[in-house]
Write a protein that binds this ligand. Structure first.
Ligand SMILES: [Zn+2]
Length: 170
């Protein structure tokens, strides 16, 4: 199984709107499997295709991190159809290692997506799952969580990234 390398900010693919998936073939199913493996290898609970430099609307999520296989989610062309409430929690991202900031998100979301066969389904989530769904769908629109924090905090994050880059740690 191929493990894809996760690209880091400011890789341009992370800022691009990803394109819709139209082919639901064996290649897609294989890519989704590889995305789960790549996500687990990187110790993540969510991964979007742009993070492995593939600009397509595909994301995988497992907030249980291998504990409950039935909770694994592969979402193709996902769309948030309803959302409610507000939560503020610290967030991280595999494309922004070592950066953690509090981000305002909806407390509950309902998402419509296609599975690897192209069949539409709905998934609802609160708390961490709601956060993961919003974070990953943001990736498909070229939005990172640092785009959702205050300008001042963002400047501090940029300074930290520059320092890490300078030290060859980014
Ligand atoms: Zn992320």
């Amino acid at each position: 199984m191929k493990i894809h390398e996760v690209v880091k900010y400011p890789e341009p693919v992370l800022a691009k709107r990803a394109t819709e998936v139209t082919e639901f073939d064996a290649k897609l199913a294989k890519l989704v499997d590889e995305m789960f493996d790549s996500m687990y290898a990187a110790q993540g609970i969510g991964l979007a295709a742009p993070q492995i430099a593939i600009s397509k609307r595909i994301t995988v999520i497992d907030v249980s991190f291998k504990e409950r296989p039935e909770e694994k989610l592969a979402l193709i062309n996902p769309v948030i159809v309803e959302q409610e409430g507000r939560q503020v929690e610290e967030e991280g991202c595999l494309s922004l290692p070592e950066i953690r900031e509090k981000v305002v998100r909806a407390e509950w979301v309902k998402v419509k997506a296609q599975n690897v066969k192209g069949e539409w389904f709905e998934v609802e989530g609160t708390e961490l799952l709601a956060r993961a769904l919003q974070h990953e769908i943001d990736h498909l629109d070229g939005v990172l969580f640092i785009d959702r924090i205050s300008r001042l905090k963002r400047e501090l994050v940029m300074r930290k990234i520059k320092k890490l880059q300078k030290n060859g740690e980014w």
